[in-house]
Design a protein around this ligand. Structure first.
Ligand code: PEP
Ligand code: MN
Length: 378
């Protein structure tokens, strides 16, 4: 059950205690206060967790401080968009707002290799005015004999270079909880010149212990990648593990599904699920065209399949594009064949801007026709 408080209620308001006191009267029920950073306003919500089936809504509804009470299904209680919840869940991190209305591009190396490449990548992003990037230090590879990433050794110079180039957020995959300690220590040591978004890769989408661990820490937001061989519902339930432990600063990333039916793409592009995830949850939605498509193949219209997959995600309302770039793809130690080059960054961003504008026009058209239909019916 979710008790939604009136919009003007502050976190330190004594009225919140009234709700908590009332909740404590019901055995087996625990209450957790949750702040929803919506695009237009912040809301306080109190989650009642446990045996809430027998808890009546009226006593909560009768409190002055309460706007409304929502009964939620058993599934993804925190990340889910339940009946009556209009606000999308969003958050600010490092001065960057991530929600279901914004769009950012996190471009960068699949795997960190040399300082020069990292520097060149960040410099190109800075020149383009982009504060969000990706850099893989811990790589989950299919074969144990493949390059496994530079690990903690590269963190000091990756973070220093990010800070130097005004990069605010670096998405970085972790495959073990100890990696969070290493990132924490390296950031502290460097004086926090940038921020990190902890990426949970598709292979760990159901590593529940890791998910609980990233959910228990509050310092970093989480980029959760959909499992490549499980249903969307299973992925959303897995993602809920992060939120259920207390961290709901989450972006859900679509990255294609594993099946030969998607050949010749590396994965079957699943970006038609962008609006589905927005409807089922209040999380911002990311698309990863690089790991979906897996190559720089060019179609006869002069655009790569990566450009087309990106456009498919953006026209459907994606809020983040996670994309592989590399200054010298032929020397990349991981996923070089799918990396775009730095020369392509500017035109790629221009292409995204065209598509985003089209999406905004579509949204406006839908809003106007819904309004017209309402006033015709009134
Ligand atoms: C990645 O983004 O570097 C990656 C390994 O992606 P995925 O987990 O989607 O395969
Ligand atoms: Mn990769």
């Amino acid at each position: 059950m979710i008790v939604i408080l009136k919009p003007d209620v502050r976190r330190d308001s004594p009225q919140i205690q009234q709700v908590l006191d009332l909740a404590s009267r019901y055995p087996g029920v625990t209450a957790r206060v949750h702040v929803v950073e919506g695009s237009t306003r912040s809301l306080m919500e109190i989650y009642l967790i446990g045996s809430t089936a027998a808890v009546p809504t009226e006593p909560f509804q009768d409190l002055d401080v309460v706007e409304r009470v929502v009964r939620v299904s058993e599934k993804y209680r925190i990340i889910g968009r339940h009946k009556g919840q209009i606000e999308s869940e969003g958050f600010q991190y490092q001065g960057v707002t991530f929600d279901q209305d914004t769009l950012h591009v996190a471009a960068g190396l699949c795997a960190v290799d040399t300082r020069e490449h990292v520097d060149q990548m960040f410099a190109a992003l800075q020149a383009a005015g982009i504060p969000t990037s990706r850099m893989g230090a811990y790589k989950p590879r299919t074969s144990p004999y493949d390059f496994q990433g530079l690990g903690k050794a590269c963190l000091p110079w990756v973070f220093e270079s990010a800070g130097k180039h005004d990069i605010k957020v670096v998405a970085m995959e972790i495959t073990h909880e100890s990696h969070i300690d290493e990132i924490n220590a390296a950031l502290d040591e460097a004086g926090s010149p940038t921020g990190v978004m902890l990426q949970i890769g598709t292979r760990n989408a159901q590593n529940f212990e890791l998910l609980k661990f990233v959910g228990r820490q509050q310092r970093f937001p989480v980029l959760f990648k959909r499992g490549m061989g499980i249903t969307l519902e299973e992925s959303l339930n897995a993602c809920e593990y992060v939120a259920s432990e207390g961290n709901s600063r989450i972006i859900l990333c679509l990255r294609g599904m594993k099946t030969n039916l998607g050949d010749p793409h590396r994965n079957f592009v699943d970006f038609a699920h962008v609006p589905v995830v927005k409807r089922l949850t209040r999380l911002p939605v990311c698309v990863d065209p690089s790991h979906s498509v897996g190559s720089r193949a060019l179609s006869p219209d002069g655009l790569t399949d990566i450009h087309h997959a990106t456009a498919a995600g953006v026209i459907a309302g994606a809020n983040l594009v996670l994309v592989d770039f590399h200054p010298e793809p032929t020397t990349a130690l991981c996923d070089g064949p799918q990396a775009l080059t730095l020369d392509e960054l500017g035109p790629y961003l221009d292409d995204i801007a065209i598509v985003r504008e089209a999406y905004e026009k579509r949204r406006e058209l839908a809003r106007k026709s819904a309004e017209a239909a309402r006033s015709a019916g009134a």
